[in-house]
Structures are given as structure tokens and as C-alpha cells.
Write a protein that binds this ligand. Structure first.
Ligand code: ADP
Length: 231
């Protein structure tokens, strides 16, 4: 299915690029502007399709997961590097809290990073400037699963909406969502990835105070193999 969805889009983007480059004839600025919009919206559609396909693949177990052992600090630092320009631009402060005895996780690293990226970019998006985002990792409990949390001092989520957050395309109606684009797929993807690691994800939030997302990931192969069913 992915091929059928992506090919026409690639073609649309290709034609827009040919036109913008002036290969067919001179293009007035007003037309260029519209072509840039075609390009922009096609890119959005590509990432939406990619997310939907990834969700379906992970949910059905068709996605091959490449599990290995990684240093937690390194994984978190990579993601922070990626998002720090966004935080600096918005004036959101970042705090990191690693428990001294959390060292490693046993994960598919690109997927684990995606969970963190999605939660962190939401935290930044829904937190006003001068707010704080805190990423913390607590040591593994007896079951060998480490608990990660991403906390913000943002707008919060009404209790009535919390149950629906992990459903496809669901977005809370608020001023930020009216102005900033989003797909409502980020949390579904995060949940599927965490569950593919046999972990769990949950949220605590208070309107006007802030939101904390928690998720667990295995710290060792034994922990992962010892837990056959996600809770
Ligand atoms: P998107 O961010 O693309 O809208 P997500 O699936 O990542 O989609 O999030 C779904 C919705 O959950 C968001 O639109 C927002 O309403 C709510 N949400 C997620 N994270 C936060 C947060 N940190 N603070 C407040 N609301 C949040």
C-alpha cells in the first residue's frame, strides 16, 4: 500500500519543482508562491502517510524491530540536540534528571528516539515561552523496566480529554491547536512503539499547570523477554 500512496505524491512534488525552477517557462512570483504551497502541503501529506503506515506496521507486528543495548544518556542527548533549536527559539528551559543507577536500555533505538521526539516536541509546543520542560529517567524497578518522563509547565489537558489522547487524529480543541499544525498521530505512534517494547505509556495533567507523560522501556534483554504481554 505504501507504494500506491507515495508514488502520486512524489509525482505532484516533482511537477511543482519543475514549474518552480522555471523549466517550462517564466513563473510569476504569485504563481511561485502557490507552487511552494503545493510543495509544503505535499510534504505534510507524505509525513502523515508515513506515520499512518508506521502505526499500521507496528500494530500488526510487521515492523521489524532492531533491538540492542544503548546508553540512556546518549539516546536522550541525541534527541535534545535535535530539538534544542526549537526550545531556544521559544525560550523554553530544559532540565534533565537522570537517576545515578540508570545506565542502559534494550530497544530499537530509532523507534525509542521517536517516542522521545514526539513527547518533547509536544511539550515545547504546548508550553508558553519562559516555561520549563523536564526530561527524567528513573531506575528500573524489579521488572527491569526504566521509567522515562517528559514534564512541561504548559497549558495542560482537561481530564475529560485524557482518555481520547491516544486515538488516531484526536487533538484537543485549544488556541494552540488552532494555530499550529499537527496530525493527532504522534501519541498513537508513541503508544504503539512503547507497546512493541512491552512497556506502557500514560499521562498526568492539570489544566494551566502542566502535563507529564510517562513511559517504560526495558533496560535489558532479559527484562523484555520476561514480559511477554504489554500491560
Ligand atoms: P499533534 O501534536 O500532532 O496534534 P499528538 O498525537 O502528538 O498530535 O497529540 C494529540 C493531542 O494531545 C494534541 O493535539 C494536544 O491536544 C494534546 N497534547 C499532547 N501533548 C500535550 C502536552 N504536552 N500538553 C498539552 N496537550 C498535549
Amino acid at each position: 500500500m505504501s507504494h500506491e500512496l507515495r508514488t502520486p505524491l512524489t509525482s505532484i512534488k516533482g511537477y511543482a519543482a519543475i514549474l518552480i525552477a522555471g523549466k517550462i517557462g517564466e513563473v510569476p512570483d504569485a504563481v511561485k508562491e502557490r507552487l511552494a504551497k503545493i510543495n509544503f502541503h505535499s510534504d505534510n501529506l507524505v509525513s502523515l502517510i508515513n506515520d499512518l503506515l508506521d502505526i499500521a506496521r507496528i500494530e500488526s507486528g510487521r515492523q521489524e524491530m532492531k533491538f540492542d543495548v544503548y546508553k540512556i544518556k546518549k539516546v536522550v542527548d541525541n534527541v535534545i540536540d535535535l530539538l534544542s533549536p526549537q526550545m531556544t527559539a521559544k525560550g523554553v528551559k530544559l532540565q534533565l534528571r537522570f537517576a545515578p543507577n540508570v545506565e542502559e536500555i534494550y530497544v530499537d533505538v530509532s523507534h525509542a528516539e521517536r517516542v522521545l521526539i514526539n513527547l518533547l516536541s509536544n511539550a515545547v509546543k504546548f508550553t508558553p515561552s519562559q516555561g520549563t520542560v523536564t526530561v527524567a529517567v528513573a531506575p528500573a524497578l524489579d521488572d527491569g523496566y526504566a521509567t522515562f518522563s517528559v514534564a512541561d509547565t504548559g497549558i495542560g489537558i482537561p481530564a475529560s480529554e485524557v482518555q481520547k489522547l491516544f486515538s488516531e487524529f484526536y487533538r484537543v480543541e485549544n488556541e494552540i491547536n488552532q494555530n499550529v499544525k499537527g496530525t493527532g498521530l504522534g501519541l498513537v505512534l508513541a503508544k504503539n512503539i512503547v507497546q512493541a517494547h512491552r512497556g506502557k505509556i500514560w499521562v498526568q495533567s492539570q489544566v494551566g499547570v502542566g502535563t507529564t507523560f510517562y513511559f517504560t522501556l526495558p533496560s535489558t534483554k532479559q527484562a523484555y523477554e520476561g514480559r511477554l504481554n504489554p500491560e
